[in-house]
Every structure is written in structure tokens, then in C-alpha cells.
Design a protein around this ligand. Structure first.
Ligand SMILES: [Zn+2]
Length: 470
């Protein structure tokens, strides 16, 4: 394997145990694994002798790649649909379900490629995607194929919906699946794609959609299936939880529990589970999540876009809950810019701890804590010990931003790390995933952006034609 040296970084943010930020930083990696991290001038002689490739990071801020823990890639095809622009979650879903019912395998592939490319250019090197409706023969296989083309580390969450309108659920019956078929396909995709080893590029997550679109039986059986593979297989569980006040009312009325208590009752707590949103957890539910090491994917832009509320991330972190960051589905963001999401995370926590206490607190979230949530936080809730920091033995998932960008002027002089979060988010300058250089000087090396965008937009128009919307 060729030994690569990345050196001369203005600052290298390690996110290691000491949270070192190294001025004039450097690192070496051999294939997929980081061997050494330190100051450029301290490169050991035996490594210097073996270097075959050099990357000059002068003027750059270097960090571990960001981890996206919640998304619905297919929704890039239905961004900004006029009827859904100003709706709350349940109305928004009812407008969009009939369009999503027309998705094809080709739509799943092109939207996966587009969303992952967008994420990559925003500094994301690992992403999960929660895909929960599979019409017209589409399969998780389509996503793994597309993800491999982009080169981002991918945790495909095999989602599902089984509780249709006729049974008291929210989605139309035709986008739901029989529960036996769901469980059978979950087993198939784990056996076909899941790699539990360190540096894995593919993992499978079992992920029924939400309390209002699946039965309690499917939740229980999904958990049993994931755990039946054994702890060494590291098959995780994911769903939406406590996203809106409507959902809280639904859970109380239909199941007799608040959402966090419902999750506990179903066996959906533990270090192999992470829930998206958790806007409406109360203090006892937060403490239970901390005690059971249950993870949370915080999606600030989506929570603002759908007027869902402010997730109590400060209270969660103070209680010891593992929190990662997610951009959420493209039709409720309507973007996949993970660095922008880091900024939203900082700003939203400062705005207020809850709607009943509207006065903000500028100390509620620092730039460095927001970056930690986007790196180490995401790695922890996905169950990975090989990503999220730059240290020997970790994966070579490395990003860099150009501090000479107009928007960082001034800020980069005073505090380059904080400038990345406080100033207007920029596209990534350099991205390396699993030791492969994928973005250089802001340009993706393996993707033709105009062709990708054009193909995607053609698919988006065709989808609306099939749904009878245009
Ligand atoms: Zn979501």
C-alpha cells in the first residue's frame, strides 16, 4: 500500500481523546488506516522515508469526516413541492405519500447518488439512509449499488411501513408491505450486504418507519431479528420517535404511552438503537435514554422546516445521551449540507431549551461541541469505533476546508475551528474516504455533476407525471 502524507494543515482537528487541535498539522495513512498524527515537523524519519504520495494542506482546516445519521435520499426528487411547502409533518406526509408510491428502482438509484454527492461535498464521509417504502420493485440493493459509485461509507436502513390507513395508520395502504415480507427482506439484506468488520463500507440497519406507520408487533419482531444475529454482528435499529406533538398525542391515544415510554415498552432502547428527532422527550425519558445508552439523531433544519419544535439536545447531552446529527430527508430540509446542519445545531440550541422557555442562552452550544456531535457523536450512535476522529488505527476518512474562502476572512485568523461553524458554510475542498481521494480542490473526481443533476431532474419530472401532478 502506498503511504500518503497530508501535511502543512493550518489546523488539524483530531477529535481524539484529548481533543487536540494541531497547528501545522499532518498525518499519514496507509491504504484505509491512519498510522500517525502530529505536527508536520515531527514526522518520524522512518515514515518520511516511506512516503510515496504527498497532499499539501496549506491554508486548510483538516477534520475527521462528518457522519450523517438520518436522511431519506429519495426525497431529493420531491423537494419544495408547492403543496407541501407550508405543512406540518402529518399533512406534509399525506401530500407526498401518493407521489412516493410511484418511485422506481431507477429513481432510488439516482436520488441516492445525488444525495450522497451533495453530502460528500459538504464534508460527509459516512451516511445512513432511512428508506421505508419500496414500490415498483425497488430494493435496498439499488442504494448499495449507487453508494458504491459515489464512494461514501453507507449504512442502509431497511425501513418499512405496515400500518395503512384502513388499519388506523397514516400512510395509504398501497405503500405498506405485509409484515412477514418485511422481516424476510430485512434478513436477506443483512445476509447480503452487512459487513460488521472495522473499516466496513456497507452496513445494514433494521428500521421500521415510525409509531404511526407500523404495528407494535413489527417493532418487536424487528428488534428480535436484529439482535438474533448476535452482538458481534452489530446490526443496529433505527426509527423516527417523538418528532411532533401530533405523534405524542397519537402514541398516548393508540398505545397508552408517551413516545419514549413506548420505545422502552417495545424493547427499542439500548446501545444498538438510535431514534431520529426526539423533539418531544421529557426529562424522565431523556434519563432513560442515557441509562440505556440509546442514541438520538438530531435534525435541526427539518425540525424548523416542519415547525416540529426544538429538540432538547442540551438536556440530552447533559444527561449523557449519545447524540448525532442528521440532515433528514431532502423534502424537509431541503438540502443535504452537513456542515450547514452543524451550524443549525449550534444556532437552534442557543435559541431556547424549549418553547415554553423562549429566552435563549449563548452558552447552550459551542462550535466545538457541534463539531463533536457531527463526528464522534454520529460514529457512536452508528456503533462505529473506527470513524469520527483522526488518530492512529482510525479509518482514513479525512476532510479539509479552504480557510482562504471569502466567508472565513477574519474568522479564520482569530479561530479557524470556530470560523467553520459560525461563518457561512462552504463546500468541502478535499475529501478522502477509506484512503481514497474523492474530492480535490472542491471538485468530485469520479462524478460528472451536470450529468448527474440533469438525469436526476428528468427523473423528478417523470415521477410527478406518473403521480398525475403535472
Ligand atoms: Zn426522517
Amino acid at each position: 500500500m502506498p503511504l500518503t502524507l497530508l501535511h502543512n494543515a493550518t489546523t488539524l482537528v483530531t477529535m481524539d481523546a484529548q481533543r487536540r487541535e494541531i497547528a501545522d498539522g499532518a498525518l499519514t495513512f496507509d491504504g484505509q488506516e491512519i498510522l500517525w498524527v502530529g505536527r508536520s515537523e515531527d514526522l518520524p524519519l522512518h515514515l518520511a522515508a516511506e512516503v510515496t504520495q504527498r497532499i499539501d494542506a496549506r491554508g486548510k482546516l483538516v477534520l475527521p469526516g462528518f457522519v450523517n445519521t438520518h436522511h431519506h435520499f429519495y426525497q431529493t426528487l420531491t423537494r419544495v413541492i408547492p403543496a407541501a411547502q407550508d405543512a406540518v409533518l402529518f399533512d406534509w406526509l399525506k401530500i407526498l405519500y401518493p407521489i412516493w408510491a410511484e418511485l422506481t428502482p431507477g429513481d432510488v438509484q439516482i436520488s441516492t447518488q445525488l444525495a450522497l454527492t451533495e453530502l460528500l461535498l459538504s464534508g460527509c464521509t459516512t451516511s445512513s439512509d432511512h428508506h421505508y417504502l419500496w414500490p415498483n420493485g425497488s430494493r435496498l440493493d439499488d442504494q448499495f449499488e449507487a453508494a458504491e459509485r459515489v464512494g461514501v461509507r453507507f449504512h442502509g436502513a431497511r425501513g418499512s411501513m405496515s400500518l395503512g390507513e384502513s388499519a388506523g395508520g397514516l400512510p395509504p395502504d398501497r405503500v405498506t408491505e405485509p409484515e412477514a415480507a418485511i422481516l424476510q427482506d430485512c434478513r436477506r439484506v443483512v445476509e447480503s450486504f452487512h459487513n460488521p468488520r472495522r473499516f466496513a463500507m456497507r452496513r445494514v440497519v433494521i428500521a421500521p418507519c415510525s409509531p404511526f406507520s407500523v404495528t407494535p408487533e413489527l417493532m418487536r419482531e424487528s428488534a428480535a431479528l436484529a439482535r438474533s444475529f448476535g452482538p458481534g454482528m452489530n446490526v443496529h435499529l433505527h426509527t423516527h420517535l417523538a418528532e411532533t406533538a401530533d405523534e405524542e398525542a397519537f402514541c398516548l391515544e393508540k398505545f397508552g404511552y408517551r413516545p419514549g415510554d413506548y420505545a422502552q415498552e417495545l424493547g427499542w432502547t439500548g446501545d444498538d438503537v438510535w431514534h431520529a428527532h426526539c423533539v418531544h422527550l421529557n426529562q424522565p425519558e431523556i434519563e432513560n435514554f442515557a441509562a440505556t445508552r440509546t442514541g438520538v439523531a438530531h435534525c435541526p433544519t427539518s425540525n424548523m422546516r416542519l415547525a416540529s419544535g426544538i429538540a432538547p439536545v442540551r438536556a440530552m447531552r447533559d444527561a449523557g445521551v449519545a447524540v448525532g446529527l442528521g440532515v433528514d430527508g431532502s423534502a424537509s430540509n431541503d438540502g443535504s449540507h452537513l456542515l450547514a446542519e452543524v451550524r443549525q445545531c449550534l444556532l437552534l440550541q442557543r435559541l431556547g431549551l424549549s418553547l415554553s422557555k423562549p429566552l435563549g442562552n449563548p452558552k447552550a452550544m459551542t462550535a466545538r461541541e457541534a463539531l463533536e456531535i457531527a463526528t464522534l457523536g454520529g460514529a457512536a450512535i452508528l456503533g462505529r469505533d473506527d470513524i469520527g476522529s483522526l488518530a492512529p488505527g482510525m479509518a482514513a476518512d479525512i476532510i479539509a476546508f479552504d480557510l482562504n474562502a471569502l466567508t472565513y476572512a477574519g474568522g479564520a485568523v482569530h479561530d479557524p475551528v470556530a470560523a467553520l461553524v459560525f461563518c457561512q458554510p462552504q463546500p468541502v475542498d478535499l475529501a478522502i474516504i477509506n484512503g481514497r481521494l474523492l474530492v480535490k480542490e472542491g471538485v468530485p473526481l469520479n462524478i460528472d455533476l451536470p450529468t448527474l443533476t440533469d438525469n436526476h431532474n428528468r427523473a423528478a419530472r417523470a415521477l410527478l407525471v406518473r403521480a398525475g401532478r403535472i
